[in-house]
Design a protein around this ligand. Structure first.
Ligand code: C5P
Length: 239
């Protein structure tokens, strides 16, 4: 496999072409942004940790029958993945109140929801990725109603698997965001990453935040939190 030109640079990752038109290389950076890039910084080891954590989680999800773009880890910062066209919708799942939902609804963080809450956001930097509903997504041409049904089901299956996995790590999966992509033959699969950048993860005993909120809210010990998640994940998966 030969790595070729950069196709895309995002806030936390770069994507490179390869000599295979169906495969791309994803490179994880240490750069961190929050609040629609109004806050910028860098977190030591973040790229390596998110690459390693995403690798372990995507391999585990593959074993559990979830189709993902992941092919293999290449080195500390890079992984080889199937090329997909990313559906411009962020699929957010919430098991507890936190973050933007707690703010929007005027409730405290940490209230366990009796139902699984799904939000979708339109991926559009200029607009700050606004919260939308299914009808807006269809209006925008981002997905059909049938595709949205499939996307919610896939997201829900992933949530069930991850709740159990993090539970084994003594961690509450508060909420997370995933991105789905379409392969060249039209299949919808999990893409992007699942890491402390994209999940809220609280230690069950201490409720300590072990995720990007440490960066967003200047809580300190950011690298330590990412390393802690990686270490607990390795133990839970016997790696
Ligand atoms: O900010 P909000 O509370 O809506 O975030 C919900 C979940 O989605 C959090 O776990 C957050 O880390 C994740 N998220 C993300 N990328 C975004 C927005 C939210 O990974 N652009």
């Amino acid at each position: 496999m030969e790595k070729k030109e950069m196709l895309y640079e995002g806030k936390a990752k770069q994507v490179f072409a390869t000599d295979n038109p169906d495969q791309v290389v994803v490179r994880f950076k240490d750069d961190a942004t929050a609040f629609n890039a109004q806050k910028r910084g860098s977190v030591d080891l973040k790229g390596e940790m998110n690459n390693a954590i995403t690798t372990l989680i995507f391999e585990y999800l593959n074993e559990k029958g979830i189709k993902t773009h992941f092919i293999k880890q290449l080195d500390e910062r890079e992984q080889l993945v199937k090329k997909v066209s990313i559906i411009p919708l962020e699929m957010v799942v919430r098991n507890y109140s936190a973050g933007s939902m707690a703010q929007r609804l005027g409730v405290e963080e940490g209230i366990k929801s009796p139902v699984t809450i799904f939000d979708i956001c339109y991926k559009k930097d200029e607009l700050g990725d606004p919260l939308i509903n299914d009808h807006h997504a269809v209006f925008l041409g981002a997905a059909t109603y049938e595709e949205l049904d499939e996307m919610y089901e896939l997201t829900s299956d992933i949530n069930e698997i991850l709740i159990d996995l993090f539970d084994k790590m003594n961690i509450i999966l508060v909420d997370f965001k995933i991105e789905l992509g379409k392969t060249s033959d039209g299949e919808i699969i999990l893409a992007d990453e699942i890491s402390p950048d994209t999940c809220r993860l609280w230690d069950k005993d201490t409720m300590k935040k072990l995720d990007k909120d440490r960066f967003r809210r200047d809580l300190g010990e950011v690298t330590e939190a990412y390393v802690e998640i990686y270490n607990r994940l390795k133990v839970a998966l016997g790696k």
